[in-house]
Ligand binder design. Structure first.
Ligand code: DP6
Length: 404
């Protein structure tokens, strides 16, 4: 029998991106399978700014239980039903490959050691579960050499976190509700690659929240159970918007894309306010960002910017590269030195901008004060690609966790 040190360590490493929805997923029709009440659509953000890096490894030399280490800390995956569901689905797919081909190493029987790192601070309050579960599923699928497409793997990532299914692809990604009770048709698919509309930019205004928000899983359950507006949103409003925004993306029609994005964020937050007890994710700083975008669009005379908010106060402002000075240049002039983080791969175009793209006389003065006091950090990014296989392993050849 082989000694522990001679047991091979199998490894695969991938990156996965963050995505920010423009048509929001909010509500589950099945909490175990994580099936949504409505379709959603997101923009995958560049991994040059935000990404999760995950190594999946398997070896007979590891202790019997699977482990996950995230940002240097061991996680309790045995009590995370969602993680266990992802692992057992992936193992079953590997097992069927092994059953069909006896020459394959029996990786499905080996314990897993998964190591994951985000390149952005968790404190920024950015949805990291989407990138995290997408990276976990992609890394294990690579380790197991599964032939399934990203669309097929999205069925598994969805069970980790709904929004994660959209991070398996780049560009503009839809998650279709599906109709089957077993969730087999509740899948993500690419609506358009990043190269179709590469000029899309996203400015993330990181707003410090005083206390923790209602977690999205819990918040959406309350909304489904108590909001009267909710059913209309899920059944009527979203299906129409899905069709319309796909046309806007196909035509690269920013004003249409922007109006649908802003209205959908507003409708989603309206159903939160209509929940009982009401749920508030946006705060005064978020509302100042809304006002700012409307003031910029009015001053310019066309829609050059669109805001959207997830289950927290951070604002994401979409705009096209050609309008960088008008949108990001104005935000830069307002925030000045009060927000950090302006450097980064998308910043060059703004580095030399010293005057606001839109005169600050056009912006409500209270909005300027609230933003200056409430935005702590800015991340300037844009549409990007899906997961990428890399050799930058977080587990050594002999199975140790790499400490950075
Ligand atoms: C507001 O995907 O975090 O960001 O499936 O319960 O893990 P779970 O929820 P999650 O919800 C995301 C909600 C949202 C909208 C969106 O990303 O579509």
């Amino acid at each position: 029998m082989a000694t522990a040190s001679s047991q091979p360590v199998y490894r695969a490493t991938t990156t996965a991106p963050v995505n920010i929805a423009v048509i929001k997923y909010w509500g589950k029709r099945d909490t175990t399978l994580n099936l949504p009440t409505n379709s959603s659509l997101s923009v995958t953000l560049s991994q040059r700014s935000l990404r999760t890096l995950t190594t999946a490894s398997a070896s007979a030399k590891y202790p019997a239980e699977d482990t996950l280490n995230l940002n240097g800390k061991p996680q309790d995956i045995q009590s995370s039903k969602r993680t266990l569901a992802c692992l057992s689905n992936l193992r079953a797919l590997r097992k069927s490959l092994e059953d069909a081909d006896a020459s394959l190493p029996k990786l499905s029987t080996l314990p897993l050691r998964i190591v994951s790192e985000n390149n952005f601070p968790t404190a920024a309050g950015l949805a990291s579960s989407a990138a995290g579960f997408a990276a976990l599923v992609r890394a294990i699928a690579n380790l197991y050499q599964l032939p399934q497409s990203p669309r097929e793997l999205s069925r598994i990532a969805r069970q980790g976190s709904g929004s994660a299914c959209r991070s398996l692809m780049g560009g503009y990604v839809a998650w279709r509700t599906g109709e089957q009770a077993d969730g087999s048709d509740s899948l993500a698919e690419e609506v358009a690659p990043a190269s179709h509309w590469p000029e899309m930019r996203a400015l993330i205004l990181v707003v410090s929240a005083e206390k923790k928000d209602v977690p999205s899983t819990e918040g959406m359950q309350t909304t489904v159970a108590t909001s009267d507006l909710f059913a209309t949103r899920a059944q009527t409003v979203v299906p129409e918007r899905m069709d319309a925004i796909e046309v806007a993306i196909r035509d690269r029609d920013f004003p249409k894309f922007a109006e649908i994005t802003m209205r959908d964020s507003n409708t989603f937050h309206a159903t939160c306010l209509d929940s009982w007890p009401p749920i508030f994710y946006m705060n005064d700083v978020s509302r100042a960002a809304v006002r700012l975008v409307h003031d910029i669009n009015r001053a310019v005379g066309r829609t050059v910017a669109a805001y959207t908010f997830d289950a927290g106060p951070n604002a994401v402002i979409y705009y096209e590269e050609k309008d960088s000075e008008l949108v990001a240049g104005t935000v830069k002039a307002i925030l000045g030195a009060s927000a950090s983080g302006w450097e980064g791969p998308f910043y060059e175009v703004l580095a030399n901008v010293t005057v606001p793209g839109v005169s600050l006389d056009n912006i409500d003065s209270r909005v300027l004060d609230v933003l200056k006091g409430g935005v702590s950090r800015v991340i300037l990014t844009g549409v990007g690609e899906g997961p990428v296989t890399v050799e930058d392993h977080l587990v050594t050849e002999t199975g140790e966790i790499v400490t950075k």
